[in-house]
Design a protein around this ligand. Structure first.
Ligand SMILES: Cc1cc2nc3c(=O)[nH]c(=O)nc-3n(C[C@H](O)[C@H](O)[C@H](O)COP(=O)(O)OP(=O)(O)OC[C@H]3O[C@@H](n4cnc5c(N)ncnc54)[C@H](O)[C@@H]3O)c2cc1C
Length: 464
């Protein structure tokens, strides 16, 4: 540990207690990674805070000394956001994990940042309410991380993403100031929308210490449909057909054949119609069983899949089985090829088939195996490229070219380089492909206004 970090450690110990600091190598090592493939860097110190006041005291010390601080929620990010790539202090919010209030009348939840997303969903549901954003990692990621990343999930097509639910925030600036913005009101035209600015700021502007979220009435009935297709184009045509019919599905996901095969093999579970070239997974919800059945009938009447090939999961167990396959794709890929490139480009829905075709052609021409799946309803396409048995140096040399080409194809199809996983560390060198110079300069000025000394999550979002 260098002298500066040693000084920070001593001052933080005095400010909030030595028992909240970890310096043992084997424990530091646990905080060196998130879920990004093949990226690690240990912090010099881990500080576990329990209150906004403690966050303020730690940040103030680090700001004065110029020591980098990396905030960390549950460490499930996939672009290296919580990896302390410059060392310094890793600020773990893990102890701030209480659901402080669920206000049924105003339909809001007030939570600390480390509340696990699935736990909030279950707590809301017990009161007949729903917190809709549903990243596939919902049983392990935290609400603070979701806000910092602007996380989305399959239900974005009907309910939107995390940014649509943040009504208020308490956050701490690098100089230690604690700011509260927003409140339990639906409308707010008072000054700049700081909740909007901080949502998706990836821990680079402030540390979020409390979150006020909008809840909605829970739909008491839901049903999942699995639809098999002979071509991806036919599947995407049916995405339009369903949306044009104004059925309003709660989720509309696709998995192309490589994703289906890999996951089925990993789970040791046969997927229905294993020879299909693509599957759509549709979730419908409503206030009555009849309303949901009406939606099923409307869909059956407008899609190209014959009725006898539509699989309707009517029990919770059947639904779980289908969604398990969708949620296990990443796990299946990791098991097959621990080193892989995970992209989450987004394009207009209508461009999905042409976009995927071009990306597949590009990857196939290089003899690379890829798996594509994602949110057909909102155009967010996950493209995972497996390194397989490729020698390490060759793979490392190839990755920048792969990224540049995938991003260029997405941009040429009217899309952008990330829909929900953020820029983080792994995409920072490519921001200039998606945003103009003036916009990047403006974003850097915003960063400087919040964090003039640049201590918060350095080397994230912006290239060097
Ligand atoms: C299997 C799997 C499936 C996934 N599926 C999805 C998906 O469907 N949709 C999706 O959007 N993402 C998905 N992700 C990515 C990841 O789960 C999300 O980005 C999630 O929001 C990260 O939350 P976290 O608590 O783990 O954050 P971390 O990984 O700990 O941190 C993420 C970023 O947020 C910052 N941060 C964390 N907490 C705070 C705070 N309190 N204040 C300020 N900054 C903070 C960190 O500095 C970092 O930059 C998936 C990941 C995995 C492994």
């Amino acid at each position: 540990m260098n002298r500066l970090n040693e000084k920070a450690r001593a001052m933080i110990a005095e400010a909030i207690g030595a028992e909240n600091i970890i310096v043992e190598d084997e424990i530091l090592d646990r905080y060196a990674r998130d879920e990004t493939s093949d990226l690690e860097h240990a912090p010099d110190i881990v500080v576990r805070v329990s209150t906004a006041g403690e966050v303020g005291r730690v940040l103030k010390i680090c700001n004065e000394l110029g020591v980098p601080v990396t905030p960390r929620g549950a460490g499930t990010g996939v672009t290296g956001g919580a990896v302390p790539v410059t060392g310094g202090v890793l600020l773990s919010l893990e102890r701030m994990n209480r659901i402080l209030e669920i206000d049924e009348r105003n339909m809001t939840a007030l939570v600390e940042p480390a509340v696990i997303t699935g736990d909030l969903q279950r707590a809301a549901r017990e009161r007949g309410l729903m917190y809709p954003p549903d990243p596939a990692s919902l049983d392990s990621c935290s609400i603070g991380g979701n806000v910092a990343e602007g996380a989305g999930g399959p239900r974005a097509v009907k309910y939107g993403t995390t940014k649509d639910y943040v009504l208020g925030l308490e956050f701490v600036l690098p100089d230690g100031a604690i700011i509260t913005t927003g409140g339990k009101f639906v409308k707010n035209a008072t000054g700049f929308n700081l909740c909007g600015l901080l949502t998706g700021s990836e821990g680079t502007l402030a540390v979020i210490t409390k979150i006020l979220l909008r809840l909605v009435p829970a739909a008491p009935f839901s049903m999942d449909l699995l639809l098999p297709y002979d071509t991806l184009e036919a599947a995407v045509d049916d995405v339009y057909a369903i949306i044009a019919r104004r059925v309003g599905p709660a989720a509309l996901e696709f998995m192309e054949e490589d994703a289906i095969r890999l996951t089925a093999r990993h789970l040791g579970q046969d997927m229905p119609f294993p020879d299909a070239r693509a599957h759509l997974l549709v979730q419908l919800d409503g206030t009555s069983e009849e309303a949901v059945r009406d939606q099923v009938a409307a869909i059956a009447g407008c899609i190209s899949v014959p009725e006898e090939r539509i699989i309707a999961a009517e029990s919770r167990a059947q639904s779980e089985r289908i969604w398990k396959a969708r949620r296990a794709i990443r796990e299946a890929i990791t098991a097959e090829s621990p080193v892989f490139l995970a992209e989450d480009t987004v394009v207009p829905r209508s461009e999905i088939p042409a976009f995927l075709k071009k990306v597949k052609e590009f990857l196939n021409a290089r003899g690379l195996r890829s798996v594509m799946f994602g949110h057909a309803g909102d155009g967010n396409v996950h493209i995972d490229v497996l390194s397989g048995g490729m020698p390490r140096a060759e793979w490392d040399g190839l990755v920048p070219e792969l990224k540049k080409n995938i991003y260029a194809i997405a941009l040429a199809h009217g899309g952008t380089i990330t829909g929900e996983h953020g820029i983080g560390f792994t995409r920072r060198d490519y921001l200039g492909l998606a945003l103009g110079e003036d916009e990047i300069a403006l974003q850097k000025r915003v960063k400087a206004a919040f964090d003039p000394r640049g201590i918060l999550n350095p080397r994230k979002i912006f290239g060097d």
